[in-house]
Design a protein around this ligand. Structure first.
Ligand code: COA
Length: 170
């Protein structure tokens, strides 16, 4: 199993993983399949703090993790939101952890200070993964999503990285 930055050929496989979650679970608040176009612009981004990594099993992309802007205003620049999605058959064997360990290392090197994850409830696997990676839950927003015929609560998780860079790498 190889963890690597996404390449130009990967958005279709990434979309297959993500769109299954979008249409069958509350793990993302997208409701419809987004297709490869959601992911293609993230491939090869040179913006510090923005990464898209894939888990490559003998040439097949079976999962991915990415980091993106938390909120657009510039004082949030050294905070990133992170997320991770695996194909059904790829879970429970450390791949989520491997993707996040690689992603968090890159974010630390970039000078990112704080990472945020938004975890719709219930999601014991995601909560366990984030806890194992050093995130802590800092609050719950009640009934902010409506999906699959029910209101959905979201847990807010955060982790401060060790970065004390005073200068953002640009
Ligand atoms: C959440 C997800 C990425 C976890 O990835 P994974 O590869 O299955 O997790 P790992 O095998 O790396 O395990 C990481 C930790 O979580 C724990 N864990 C994994 N699945 C679990 C489950 N179903 N219940 C409880 N704990 C679980 C592991 O024991 C491990 O903890 P440890 O290090 O303390 O032993 C994966 O389940 C997934 O893709 N789910 C669907 C999409 C999703 O919900 N994404 C998150 C959106 S916020």
């Amino acid at each position: 199993m190889l963890i690597r930055p996404a390449a130009v050929d990967d958005p279709g496989a990434i979309a297959a993983v993500y769109d299954h979650q979008a249409t069958t679970t509350v793990a993302t608040f997208d409701l419809e399949p987004q297709g490869p176009d959601l992911w293609a612009p993230r491939v090869g981004s040179t913006e510090p703090g923005d990464h898209l990594l894939v888990a490559d099993d003998a040439g097949a992309v079976v999962g991915f993790a990415y980091s993106s802007s938390f909120r657009p205003r510039p004082a949030y620049r050294r905070t990133r939101e992170t997320s991770v999605y695996l194909a059904d058959g790829a879970r429970g064997r450390g791949l989520g952890r491997a993707l996040y360990d690689d992603l968090l290392g890159r974010l630390l090197a970039d000078g990112v200070h704080t990472v945020i994850a938004v975890v719709a409830q219930p999601n014991p696997a995601s909560e366990a993964l984030h806890r194992a990676c050093g995130y802590r839950e800092v609050g719950v927003l009640r009934e902010v999503g409506w999906k699959l015929d029910r209101w959905v609560d979201v847990g807010w998780w955060q982790k401060e990285l060790a970065s004390d860079r005073s200068v953002w790498l640009t």
